[in-house]
Design a protein around this ligand. Structure first.
Ligand code: FAD
Length: 496
């Protein structure tokens, strides 16, 4: 994203963008003159909205950082902690541990690569963590189109995370105290002895540590589950696009656009959208640069990716958005809800593989930034110079620091939210969000930021029921009992 913003910096409000990139605008433009010509030829044949034949023109570039590498020949291969993966979760934990002088090795196939995903977050969440300088752009307000005639304006600013700035800041923190090393490899296998674990990497190296933390993301195979993984999925297709024009206000990001009039001439899509609705999420950078993402909030089984893209084409056509160039694209697939990993187990987890993603929203980055310090603190207490807690006792302490009983209960509640959303059709979903965004801001904001206690979540539910329309109450009464009973059962099992 940093690269893109630099590229488009003449087009952007430079007061709001805090840019830095080594990418050369002039060389980029020169390189693309011929590209532009062929684009014009394609464009003259392309209908409004139809962007599927366009290839993304930019790849995020690597960070230019002088990292302290692990040298197998000269360095000791024994660490306090090995972190598998240097995505947002792994790097944040490493950065936090470095301030405790805990010896860490981060293992990742490409530690300097830019993270592939684009992240959004509420500005206050990053501000409270001192990360407010890690946005590319912020919007003072957000909005939700409930339907063709109703729009909600949310007085909460939203930001597009600068991957370059956030990754750079976390890496700087890692390097500062000289106790974090990086190893460029993929972890194949983890083995455990009584007080020590080891990893085997694809380059043949074996590294040892008192604790292995898996931060390798949703696809991890290192974490064990003792219950069936019945999660839902958020699926989305996003493009950062140069467009002729778009209809959105530049001072508002579009959190959700549930309008469906674009499907008026698409009977099949209209029916399937009524049952499995998708919305548009949009970040307008300026009148010709916009991030657009068609999103299925949650589905089980997962909604077809091709259908999602076709719906997006129809939507953009209806909105009169002609995509001239796709600068970046992303396929987003986030497993949501389902059981937590087995607690405890010999490998600790953080980030996507640890159950931290909010089961009702798919958000996770800000929460991981907030909880990694809690885990780091617990690790320092066990492995720091004064305490020597190892083995099973260590694993038990780690898992309970990330997932104390109260947090497990609230997660059950968010999973209940997800199960409820799964049962709602388009009209039910619209009614739900209509009532949801009428709640007291401390409730809807707290819910979206995963920061409400169980009591607060119960208050939110009562308030939501009180504000809901009669059809919405009918939805709640008819569709919620089974998920509610499941949630109560799970809370009871966890408590006793
Ligand atoms: C497209 C997309 C968009 C998203 N947008 C948002 C958003 O806007 N806001 C939000 O809050 N959340 C968002 N999420 C959800 C979540 O925050 C992200 O998935 C986030 O990247 C998870 O961070 P992570 O560090 O746990 O894992 P990842 O970001 O997946 O990082 C894992 C790292 O581990 C490495 N790795 C994997 N296997 C191994 C191995 N065997 N050995 C060594 N290294 C390994 C990978 O190369 C990678 O570098 C999004 C998710 C996706 C997929």
């Amino acid at each position: 994203m940093g690269t893109l913003l630099r590229l488009f910096s003449p087009l952007l409000d430079t007061n709001k963008f805090l840019l830095s990139s080594t990418f050369s605008v002039s060389s980029y433009r020169g390189k693309n003159l011929s590209l532009r010509k062929s684009h014009h030829r394609i464009q003259s044949r392309r209908n409004f909205g139809d962007f599927l034949d366009l290839k993304p023109e930019l790849q995020p570039e690597d960070l230019n950082f002088d990292l302290p590498w692990f040298h197998p020949a000269s360095d000791r291969s024994r660490f306090d902690v090995i972190i598998i993966g240097s995505g947002p979760a792994g790097l944040r934990l490493a950065e936090q541990l470095s301030s405790y002088e805990i010896k860490v090795c981060c293992v990742d196939p490409s530690p300097l690569s830019m993270w592939p995903n684009n992240y959004g977050s509420w500005v206050d969440e990053f501000e409270s963590l001192g990360l407010e300088d890690c946005f590319d752009k912020t919007w003072p307000m957000s909005c939700v189109y409930i339907n063709e005639s109703k729009t909600k304006y949310l007085d909460r600013s939203y930001g597009r995370v600068s991957r370059k700035k956030l990754k750079g800041k976390l890496m700087e923190g890692c390097v500062l105290n000289g106790v974090v090393k990086f190893h460029k490899a993929k972890v194949w296998k983890i083995e455990h002895q009584e007080f020590e674990s080891s990893i085997l990497c694809d380059d043949g190296n074996q590294l040892k540590a008192s604790l292995i933390v898996d931060a390798s993301g949703f696809a991890s195979s290192f974490i064990e589950y003792d219950k069936t993984r019945n999660h839902g999925y958020q699926i989305a297709h996003g493009i950062l696009a140069e467009v002729d024009d778009h209809p959105f206000d530049l001072d508002k990001m579009v959190l959700m656009d549930w309008r469906d009039s674009h499907l008026g001439n698409e009977p099949y899509f209209r029916v399937s959208n009524s049952r499995f609705p998708t919305f548009l999420y949009a970040m307008p950078f300026d009148s010709s640069l916009i991030f657009l993402e068609e999103t299925s909030l949650v589905s089980r089984p997962v909604l077809s990716y091709m259908e999602l893209k076709r719906r997006m084409v129809a939507r953009l056509r209806h909105l009169g958005i002609r995509v001239k160039r796709v600068l970046e694209d992303e396929k987003c697939l986030i497993p949501m809800g389902g059981p937590l990993p087995q607690i405890p187990q010999s490998v600790m987890a953080i980030g996507g593989t640890s159950g931290l993603v909010n089961p009702s929203t798919g958000y996770m980055v800000a929460r991981t930034m907030a909880l990694a310090p809690v885990l780091a603190d617990a690790i320092a207490e066990c492995l720091g110079s004064t305490r020597m807690i190892r083995g099973h006792q260590l694993y038990h302490r780690m898992w309970n620091s990330l997932w104390p009983i109260e947090r497990r209960h609230t997660r059950e509640f968010y999973s209940f939210g997800m199960e409820t959303l799964l049962k709602l059709d388009l009209n039910g979903t619209r009614r739900f969000f209509d009532a949801f965004f009428d709640l007291d801001p401390c409730h809807w904001q707290g819910f979206l930021s995963s920061r409400l206690s169980l009591q607060e979540l119960v208050m939110l539910s009562l308030s939501l029921f009180g504000r809901a329309s009669n059809p919405s109450r009918f939805d709640i009464i008819t569709k919620c009992p089974v998920p509610l009973a499941k949630m109560m059962g799970n809370i009871a099992i966890e408590t006793f």
